[in-house]
Ligand binder design. Sequence first.
Ligand code: FPP
Ligand code: MG
Length: 315
Amino acid sequence: MEGVVGEALAPLPHRLQELLRPLVGSGGKMLRPRLLIASAVLTGGDEAKKRKVLYRAAAAVEMIHGASLVHDDIIDEAALRRGHPALHLLRGRRAAVLAGDLLLARAFALLSEPGERAELLKLLGRSVALLCRGELCQMTSRRRWELGRRQYYRIIYLKTAQFIASCCEAGALVAGAPEAERRALRQYGANLGLAFQLVDDYADYADSPYQGGKPAGGDLKQGLATLPLIHLLETRPSCLQALRAAPAELPPELREALRRAAVENGSLDHTRAAALSRQEQALRALRHFPDSAARRDLAAIAKAVTGRFSAIFRG
Ligand code: FPP
Ligand code: MG
């Protein structure tokens, strides 16, 4: 995979390659390319003649993901990503915006190489457009404390789940799988993506300061209502009143009080249950396929996503 990414960046000057390379893969879980490849293998797409196209598509989705994180960290003014200073802090915002653009452009150049399926380009192009819509939707939802569950799920579907679903579908597409298999893998990916984001939103309420290489508590700080808070506000109207009365920049004491209230109120247990239910739905979608090593890989990925729970909260 690193080899394919290296090839995709090779036409760029050395200085730019050095800027972009740490954004792809390093320290990450490589979740999206792994899903794409496992989905292709599951649906019979690992023949030698398809392998080049497959690895190119896998490298492209990791590059798209890397670009989205660079831009996300600029939007969020985040200091850390994967335990390291965010690119915009290292190189400045202007360079970071352009580095993200460049990575995105190289990813789509990879997808346009001869032999690539036009459908793949269409699928991933559409998915990136939805990613941006999710991010815009989240931006306009800031400090809208009454944000309902419907709107919350819409945001996490757009910003996370649909791209993961598209990575799975892209694998099936490269394999030339029939429509029903593509649909089942999309179903698996969408539910896995929702579970993944629910775990991330749960982890943001952890009592330890760093989660997955980034500080916890960022969602409340940014004015984002995620499921733990939505559940808390549904069940404890006094918390909603406190938020409405608070200044735009929430004081740290209020953020800590809300975090504790979410734990005591069972709002985190509720979020955990929601993630487990999505995980179950992802596993159910896999039943469309007979048992195989690739199906077991995909099931193991779904299980690993919620396996983080015990590590998030101490005791
Ligand atoms: C991280 O989620 C961010 C995303 C899943 C999507 C970001 C998308 C964009 C910035 C749109 C632009 C896209 C491209 C391809 C250039 P999060 O904010 O919930 O997680 P975090 O806590 O890790 O930041
Ligand atoms: Mg973010």
